[in-house]
Design a protein around this ligand. Structure first.
Ligand SMILES: Nc1ncnc2c1ncn2[C@@H]1O[C@H](COP(=O)(O)OP(=O)(O)OP(=O)(O)O)[C@@H](O)[C@H]1O
Ligand SMILES: [Mg+2]
Length: 237
C-alpha cells in the first residue's frame, strides 16, 4: 500500500469517533474524503499524521507500518499536511515565510527556492508582502508552496476549498492536478461538499458518524443511497 490506514478505531473523551476505518491513497491520485460535519474527517487526519494514536488499526506509508512513528518523523518521511484554517506566520513576509520553510530541511536546505515554490502554486505576490495581509486563497497557496519545498510523497489537505470562491476552487483544482501529475504525489483531500469533489478526485471515501459508508469513484458514491441519506436526511440508513 502506498499510503493509507486499515481497521482504524479512535475514541476521544470516552466517545467512539472512528470505527474500523480503511482508506488507501495511490501515487499520482487524489483521494477525496467526504462526509457531513462531525463525521470524523479531521480526526482521521490526526491519526494519519500522527497527532492521535488510534486504539486499533494501522497507518501505512510505502508498505511500512508507521502507526507508532512520531508526527515529526512522518513529516520527514514525506507526509505533508494542511489545516482547515490557513494560518500563516503573523510577523513574517511572504519571502521570510519561504525562507523559514526552506530551512525546515536543516541541516540541509531545501533545494527549492522561493521563486520555484511560488511558481509551483501560481502565487503572484510581492515577496515583501506580510503573510498576514494575504487573502484566503493566497494564504492557502503560500502554505502549499512551503510544503512542496519538502518534496512530499503524500499530502493531507483539510478542506482546502474552504473560504474560496468558485473561480479560485477551479484554479486550485488545476494546481493540485498539476502537482500530483508532475511529482506523483498521493493526495487525500477533505471536502464536505460532495459536488466539489467530482471535479478533482479520482476516487473517494465517505465517512458518516465515524464509519466508512461508501467508497469508489465520485459518480459511484453520489448515487449511493446511504450517502444520500447521510447528507440529506442527516442520518445513516
Ligand atoms: N478532542 C476531541 N475530544 C472529544 N471529541 C472530539 C474531539 N475532536 C473531535 N471530537 C468529536 O469527534 C467528532 C468528529 O469530529 P471531526 O472534527 O473529526 O469531524 P469532521 O468530519 O472533520 O467535521 P467538519 O466537517 O465539521 O470539519 C465530532 O463529534 C467532534 O465533536
Ligand atoms: Mg474537519
Amino acid at each position: 500500500m502506498f499510503f493509507g490506514c486499515k481497521s482504524v478505531s479512535l475514541s476521544l473523551g470516552g466517545r467512539l469517533i472512528l470505527s474500523n476505518v480503511e482508506l488507501m491513497a495511490k501515487r499520482g491520485e487524489i483521494m477525496g474524503l467526504v462526509g457531513p460535519n462531525g463525521a470524523g474527517k479531521t480526526s482521521l487526519f490526526e491519526v494519519l499524521c500522527g497527532r492521535y494514536a488510534p486504539d486499533e488499526g494501522q497507518v501505512i506509508l510505502k508498505d511500512e507500518d508507521i502507526t507508532r512513528t512520531p508526527f515529526h518523523r512522518r513529516a520527514q518521511m514525506g507526509l505533508g499536511r494542511t489545516y482547515q484554517s490557513p494560518v500563516v506566520p503573523a510577523s513574517l513576509t511572504v519571502e521570510e515565510t519561504f525562507r523559514a520553510a526552506r530551512k525546515s530541511h536543516l541541516p540541509f536546505l531545501s533545494r527549492h527556492d522561493a521563486e520555484w515554490a511560488a511558481r509551483m502554486v501560481n502565487l503572484n505576490i510581492h515577496p515583501e508582502t506580510p503573510a498576514a495581509a494575504l487573502g484566503a486563497f493566497d494564504r492557502r497557496k503560500l502554505l502549499l508552496a512551503c510544503l512542496m519545498m519538502r518534496e512530499p510523497k503524500v499530502l493531507l489537505m483539510d478542506e482546502p476549498a474552504s473560504g474560496l470562491i468558485n473561480s479560485e476552487i477551479d484554479e486550485l483544482d488545476i494546481i493540485l492536478r498539476e502537482l500530483v501529475d508532475e511529482y506523483a504525489i498521493g493526495v487525500v483531500l477533505i471536502e464536505h461538499r460532495l459536488e466539489l469533489l467530482s471535479a478533482v478526485a479520482d476516487a473517494c471515501v465517505v465517512l458518516d458518524l465515524g464509519e466508512v459508508i461508501a467508497h469508489g469513484t465520485p459518480a459511484h458514491v453520489f448515487d449511493d443511497p446511504r450517502v444520500n441519506a447521510a447528507y440529506f436526511e442527516g442520518a445513516s440508513v
